[in-house]
Design a protein. Structure first.
Length: 160
C-alpha cells in the first residue's frame, strides 16, 4: 500500500472544501495511506516586488521542504509540468509501486506557486491544467484524481 503525503501551504478555510477533502480521504483508505501536512503560508499583498515574491516563495518552500519524508518520491504540482491523463496517472502510480517507491509526496504551493528550489528538487513536476486553481481547491482536485487512479488500476467503474 502506498503512503502518500500531500504537503500544502496553509490551511483550508472553506467548509465545503474541507467536507470534500474529508470525503476523498475516507474513500482512499482502502487504496493508500494518505495524510495532509500543512506548511506555513506567508501573507501576500496585492503588489509585490520581484524580490519580495522570491522571499515569499523561499519562506513557504523551506516550510514545505521540512515536511518531506527523506526518500519520498516527490511530485511538485506545477502549471508548467507534464500533463497526464487519469489513466496515465494510474499507470505512473502503479509503476512507482512496482519499483518499490511506495512513499510519495505531492507538494502544492501557495498563491505564488512553488519555489524554484522545490521544483528542481522534485522527481516529477505534474500539471493538472494550464489554468490557475486556488491552492486550497487543488487539494480536493488532487485527492479526487488519486481516488480515480486507484479505481482505474483495479478496473472498478468509478472512472467511467
Amino acid at each position: 500500500m502506498q503512503h502518500i503525503d500531500i504537503i500544502a501551504v496553509g490551511r483550508v478555510r472553506e467548509q465545503y472544501l474541507s467536507a470534500g477533502i474529508n470525503e476523498y480521504l475516507k474513500r482512499l483508505q482502502p487504496y493508500a495511506r494518505v495524510r495532509i501536512l500543512e506548511g506555513p503560508e506567508e501573507k501576500v499583498p496585492d503588489h509585490l516586488s520581484p524580490a519580495r515574491v522570491e522571499q515569499v516563495l523561499a519562506a513557504e518552500g523551506a516550510g514545505l521542504k521540512r515536511l518531506l519524508r527523506p526518500g519520498a518520491y516527490t511530485i511538485a504540482l506545477d502549471r508548467e509540468g507534464v500533463m497526464l491523463s487519469s489513466e496515465e496517472l494510474a499507470t505512473r502510480l502503479a509503476d512507482l509501486a512496482l519499483d518499490g517507491r511506495n512513499d510519495l509526496a505531492f507538494v502544492i504551493g501557495g498563491t505564488l506557486g512553488l519555489a524554484r528550489e522545490l521544483l528542481e528538487f522534485a522527481d516529477l513536476r505534474l500539471s493538472f491544467s494550464r489554468f490557475t486553481f486556488p491552492h486550497q481547491l487543488m487539494r480536493l482536485i488532487l485527492l479526487e484524481q488519486l481516488y480515480r487512479a486507484y479505481k482505474i488500476q483495479r478496473g472498478e467503474t468509478y472512472h467511467r
